[in-house]
Every structure is written in C-alpha cells, then in structure tokens.
Design a protein around this ligand. Sequence first.
Ligand code: ADP
Length: 767
Amino acid sequence: MSITLPAVALRGMTILPGMVAHFDISREMSVKAVEAAMTGDQTLFLVTQRDIEIDCPKAEDLYEVGIVATIKQVIKMQNGIVRILVEGKRRIRLISLISQEPYLLAEGEYVEEDQDACSAEAREGMRRAIQEAYARYASLNPRLGKEYFRQIAETKDAARLMDLIANNIPVYYEEKQNYLEAVTLEERYETLMEILLQEVNIISLKNEFQSKVRERVDKNQKEYLLREQMKVIREELGEDNIGDDAEQYMESLEKLNASREVKERIRKEIDRFKNIPPSSSESTVARGYIETLLELPWDTASKDNKDLKNAKKILNDDHYGLEKVKERMLEFLAVHNLTSKGQSPIICLAGPPGTGKTSIARSVAKALNKEYVRICLGGVRDEAEIRGHRRTYVGAMPGRIAAGLRTAGVKNPLMLLDEIDKVSSDYKGDTSSALLEVLDSEQNSKFRDHYVEIPLDLSEVMFIATANSVQDIPRPLLDRMELIEVNSYTENEKLHIAKEHLMRKQIKKNGLKRNQLAVSDEALGMVVRSYTREAGVRGLERKIGEICRKAAREIYEDNRKKVSVTKKNLSQFLGKEKYTFDRADKTDEIGIVRGLAWTSVGGDTLEIEVNVMPGKGEFKLTGQLGDVMKESAQAGISYIRSVSEEYKIPKSFFREHDMHIHIPEGAVPKDGPSAGITMATAMLSAITKHKVRWDVAMTGEITLRGRVLPIGGLKEKTLAAKNAGMKTICVPKKNEKDMEEIASEIKKGLKIVYVETMKDVLKTAFV
Ligand code: ADP
C-alpha cells in the first residue's frame, strides 16, 4: 500500500528508525514541505540525496530507501533557515516523486520486515553477537555515557538493539544509509557487524598512534621535570652556577667580535656545556675551552700609529747607539706601513745577550701603539707547546702562540719570538716546522692550534724574533726571516748606556730621586771594566741596581740627603773587583799562541798550546773543542807536512814524534771555523822551536794549501783582543772591509795585519 507525503531531501545525513535528530533546512522547497507537513499530521518523508551538491534533486538523485519521520519541533531562525527536530519512525521505499513544486511530494511504500523469516534462536544469537561486538567497541571508547550503556544491555529485541546501536555510532552517513537499506534482520545484522568491527579496528589503530605520540610527549615532559628537579637540587647543593655561567658565556658571545661561523661554533659548545653535569671533569674541560674561545681576539684589532717620526723618537729615546739596527728597524716599519697585512718580512734580531734585542722590540711595539707579547721559545722541545694539546688530553692547553694572542687581546699585536735559536725538536714532533707555519705568510692566516681547533688568523700579527747565535737557527726558519745583527758593546758604549739609560732606570726602579744618587763617570767605568765582563749590559744593569739598593738603604737608615759613588768608595757598594784583566804573560814562548774566538756571549781569547815529544806519530787533541776545530787541526798538520822541507823538518819527524794540542781556558765550547791558523802556528812553533810573540793574537781558518779564509764576529773578537792587552792582531785579508766598519774606538792602539796565507801569519807571529 503506497502513501504520499511531503518530502525533504537530506544532504549528508541519514536518519534511522528510532533516531531523534535535528537539522537545519534552508532550501525553499524543503521549508515548504515542512510547512505542508505541519498542516497535515506532521509526518515527513526524509530521503537522502546521493550527491550533496544537487539543489533540485530528481527521483534518481535520491537513495531508494528513506524514512518516515514525525516532526517534533520547528524553530524559525534568521535568514529563512528553519531548524526542525524529528524522530525516525519507519523505513519507506521511494516509488516516485509526484511533484517537485512547490515542494517535493513523494510516493512510497513501507518496507516491512518479515518477523517470521528467522527463528527466535537466530534472533537471540544475533543479539548476543552484536552485544559482544558492541562491548568491545565500547571498551575502546570510554566516553560513552552510562545511561546509554544500560539501555543497550536491557534491550531484548535484536531488531531494536541494532537500530539503537546504529543510531549512536558516529559513522559516515553512507554507512548508515547502507544499514537503512538492509531490509531483513540478517542483512541488517551483517551490515552493522561490519560497521562495528571496522570501528573497533579504526579506534584501536587510532589509540595506538595516540599512545605513541603521548609517549613522546610524556618523555619530553619527564625530562623537563627531571631537569627542573636537578636545578633545584643543584641550588640546594650550591652548585647552581652552570646555568648562570652558560648565560654569561652567551652574553659574552653576543658581544664577541667574530665571524658568524666562529660564533656559531662557540654557541654549540655552550649548548653542549649546559648539558654536562657540573661535577664531571668534562665540565671543567668544556668550561676552559669556552673561556679560551671567548677570550681570543677573533676580529678585534688595534689601530697602528703609522707616524715614523714618532717611532724614530721613541727608538732613540730608549736606546743609545745601535744606529744600524735603528735604521733597519725604521726601514722595516716604513715597509710595514706600505704593504698590506701579512706581507712585511719577519725581522730576526741576532746578537749576544743583554744587547737590547728584546728592549728594541718592545720599543717598536710602543712606537706603533701595538700590544706587545713575548713568547719565550728557549727550551721549547715539544711541538704541542707551540701548537697546543688536543683537548682529549688531561690538562690540555692552547699553544704559546694562541695563548699569546689571548693575552694580547687583539689580532694584530707585536709578537716577540724570543730565543728562536733555542727551540729544538725531539720525538714529540717538529717544533721548527710548527714555527714555520706560524711565520709563513702563505699559511698563517689559517693557523691551526690543536686545542682551539678553529683556525686562527695570524696574518696581521707582527713577528719579531731574537736569537743569540744565527748558526743555531734551523735553516728553513732562517730563510723566512730578515736578519739584523746586534753586536756587543764597547766599553765606551757601555758607559754611555749606563749613564744615559741604566742609571735612570734603576734609580727610578729603586724608589730614589735623581738628585739623591750621583755616580762619577770614573766609577761607572770601573763597574764596566772590573765588575762585569759581558757582551751586553745586563750584568752592568744589575750592578747599577745593586749600587742603587745600597744607596737607598743608606739614605733611609742614616737619613742622608745624597749618596755619591766614586772610584774610591765603589768597593763599599759592590765589594771587591771581580775581574782584573788577566793580561797575557809578557814573554814570547814556543808552542803557545793566542787565538780569538766568538761565542754566543761575545768575543774571547783562547790560548792554544802544543807540545811535541818523541813517540810514534800520534796526534792528540784535548780541552774545550768543537768538531770544526778538530778538523781545523787536521788541516793544519797536513799543511805543515806539505811545507816541511821549507822549515827543514826531517822526513822522519812525524813518524817519531807525538803531538798534543790543548786549549786550556774557557768553559764555553768554542766552535766555528776560525782557529785554523792559530793551531797551525802553534804546531809549527812547537816543531821548529820558533818562539811566538806574546802580543799577537790571530783569527782565521786555514786551507790545506795554507790560504787564510775569512771569519765572522770580527767586532767581538777585536774587542776581546784589546781587552786582553794585545798589540797586534792577524785578520784574514778578506775581512778588511768588515774591519772598516768597526768603530775606531775599538781599533785604537791595535795593529791590524791582514793576512792572505800562512806565510803572512808566521811572518807576523814568529819572533
Ligand atoms: P736581550 O734581549 O738582547 O738579551 P735586553 O733587551 O733584555 O737584551 O736588554 C737588557 C737591558 O739592557 C734592558 O734593560 C735594556 O733596556 C738595556 N739595554 C740594552 N741595550 C741598550 C741600549 N743600547 N740603550 C739603552 N739600554 C739598553
């Protein structure tokens, strides 16, 4: 039996029997349908559209099965929208749409379930199965209300139970529509069961995802909590500075003048540091590392004073004499000003100790307004001292170069590499090659310190090196440097330095005033001559300091206004004279010749003795000798043998005699090829019994054929000869030019003989 009812096409929802639902209607034809129903028995034909988009659906646009519902409430809202509350009653199959204007009028027939189609047991079985499936679904879905649960438990009819459940499961309307269209109980059971199982699956998957996410969130939260707790514990223990420190580091980092990469790197270190427990040793290491990085002058530079006049003034004010050195220094500064960074050559000041090398470098720094750092390389044997230790070592530190930069606080200081000749290499790596990297302008813009790890830019550092002995500087290093020689001082120069510089310095240092101490020139001269014997003025400065100290004491204790030091009372201040010039024995002797030597602390004389005695032609060398000297002695013998006829030495002489050469005095090993002619002269004198003049000293190397080769350290040697009271010195002819450059003050009273061959030497030396 068919019925005709006003119909509303539903979009995106399906209403099932027993379901109470409300929805909004906006289409005019639907509103009209509701109005028509309200004037009748308030019954509506609700049928779902297959496609939500369609506005005026035809019969084929609608699902086949809909529902007859009674309207329970109608509310008119704004904009012509009507909200209605309906209750689904019975399934109805759409037969046709009778009209579409002014509203849908549908003809349909009820879909009836055949109650007898399945047995009571089957119904009950289905009911239980559904209930169980639902229980499982509900257990995964704890938000379901209790009331509803009870209702389900109490429903005894399978059909009603299914409708009840279907109504309340939040699934897409298509699935509800499927359920609606299932007519027989079995069909409905299957559809619903499918929906339920599917839901259970979906929900358990959803729960699984959720719990995974929750686990992650929980872990984070737990860590946060633990960290907070740890903070409190640290506070309690008084260890709560790690956060503060990290913050302070961050603040310093903000202010740091460095490139982005460097800053990023330091930031990472600080982050790492925050997570290290403060009591662990690792924390101390990290702290030291970060502090070092923060203190290094990455991009901080000072501004140079390029005024050469000013530089000249400072150099002159600070140092007496040293004209050549100052000239070279000023030339060097001019070049430094003109060239761009890292291009200027590296200066090496070479000379005996106490001759003002360090102090000149300091003056240069002052003149240029540069920061000054001194790196003492004396005794450095381990490469790590220059390049730093890797941080994995306990007590690792940056190398001296990096540490020097840190002390300077700018990236363009003047760095003094003091005593570069004293570095040595051993099994711990090659120190000089590390230094080479420092000095090489090609490489030093990216100098790698093992500790710092981030490359350092040394290209703007101004390096000045000092050395006592040029020979000891490793060759590759020497090649990179420009040598400026600083020579020993003469007595007169020392006197000037003492008067014009050292006195002033020491008076000030010892808290005296200038008018409280007067030292006569004569007294100073005595200090120079009789209390010190050195190439430089360091000992002299110490002695003057001693005078100042004693004077200060007298002034303080005896309430004296002024202390005067003269030649007479000098010994009260400095004690007995230390050096009386041991003038040479003034007798001419056989087999004893005075040589002149150059050592790293200045010049010296050395007496060479030779004895000849009957024997088997053996040859002995004793005393302080270097390897070169031994070779010189051999060359001397060969020469003498070659000229033995000339000196009427019998052929058998060398077979029947032993010869002993000895160099008695001097604690310093004397090396350098300059004693050849001295030894040859002594030997020949001993063999031929010719006496040698006491007042002749000589220096020069000998060849096998008796030629004399030039030598170095002429100034020091000449000074030593003069101090020893010599009257004549034999100097290689090839050194004549160098001699011209030596101040006449030194040469005064000395007869200088330029020798080309041994013959010339013997002519001068033999009586
Ligand atoms: P070095 O480095 O050559 O061993 P220093 O530079 O330490 O020697 O010099 C030692 C001391 O002698 C310093 O106090 C220095 O000022 C002083 N001095 C050296 N030479 C001169 C000089 N020509 N004029 C003034 N003072 C000098």
